[in-house]
Design a protein around this ligand. Sequence first.
Ligand code: GDP
Ligand code: GDP
Length: 429
Amino acid sequence: MGRVLIVGRPNVGKSTLFNRLVGRRKNIVSPIPGVTRDIVEAQVQWKDRKFIVADTGGIMEKGDELTREVRDKVLKAIRKADVILFVVDGREGITASDQNIAKILYPYRDKVFLVVNKIDNKSLEKNLYEFYSLGFERVFGISAEHGRGVGDLLDAVLPFLKEDEELSYEGIKVSFVGRPNVGKSSLINAIMGEEKVLVSPVAGTTRDAVELPFEYGGERFVLVDTAGMRRPSKVEYGVEFFSVGRSIKAIELSDVVCLVLDLTEGVTHQDQKIGGLIERRYRGCVIVGNKVDLVKTPPSQLESYIRQRLHFLDFAPVVFTSAIQKRGVEDLLKTITLVYADYVKQHKTSFVNRAVEKVLAEKEPPSYQGKDLKVYYAFQEGIKPPTVVIITNYPEGWKAHYVKFFTRRLREYLNIKHAPLKLVIRGRE
Ligand code: GDP
Ligand code: GDP
């Protein structure tokens, strides 16, 4: 996947450009202590080509006083990028910081596009000329705010990008799903920071999933945010027409799904439906009881009520939050890492077989058409979710209720407390 990196001193319009390319709102500093902003990345599509755009805005905020660590990070990103958009301010002209950045970028000039921003109209185009003195061959005048010239810039960028391949950031992929109004956006804002202006996307770009990396407690996360997952559904369709289909994409892209409930409304039929989507896709899950500030019932009582209504998500921990008061959010992030640790747990074949024997000793499989069901052996086929294959004489003899029992007990013996376990019943070939 091609990578485009946006650099430049503060206030030249880097984030405005990033938002225009990505078509989303900007995140600023997180109010949760310990969450640090990294280089923000998102996937963009332009004329059937998908690529990653990364904005250094958040970490280059200090301008000239780049710490060593930030400098190293930026240099690494510069090397990794196929294209560097070096943004300058077409109204202010060249400054000393621009010249410093130009020096850093000069060794990489073959992939640098000098982007002169704030050229909002034709009469400002004459401002471009002075910038040629920075020594870069490709100079583009744009207005990130109004979209002027952005299409031409992207057309010029495309040939420099590596071919498409599977997009994958490192980190635990997390999403927030739930009915409208339960507090998904508020929770995301509590983690990622309040949002600024909504900028409309460049015409012709489509957004499906935006992936936003962040760190907490030394652990890397990627927030998966799909278009339409959040508030607009309410406006477009009204609460009653909320469609679970909108959440499916987010669930499929996630390792851990946070199923957000509004505690003032309890667990509704709709919540159970979304929970079912998570269960059937074998994703890790945290049940988030939000708006805990508005209820008086003690947590233990709330939890047993939730567990009963969402019994099929018995592997999912329950966490209580108040997005408004920013309570429970750190607990939520820690719980996500716990779930993930189980979601990627890998056991040796000998251990799996011993666990299987223990389950069989607890309760024999029911007989099938008068014959005994046998387990020849078992092994773990993979992770995400942990998947155990059972080799048996009659796969069709394993009825749903016994498989359910077996899975639940095996999960316990395998010490997979917080993640689902997928059982595959296979015959001997
Ligand atoms: P960053 O610090 O480089 O990320 O800059 P921002 O994106 O936060 O923009 C800094 C300021 O420049 C903001 O007030 C923007 O509204 C403004 N700005 C960004 N792009 C343009 C543009 O194309 N034209 C004009 N006139 N102002 C812009
Ligand atoms: P979304 O549609 O799921 O993204 O929900 P929002 O984040 O937009 O929240 C819906 C409404 O519930 C807003 O008015 C929020 O201010 C409010 N809200 C969200 N979380 C909480 C919370 O923890 N406590 C309280 N009292 N209100 C909340």
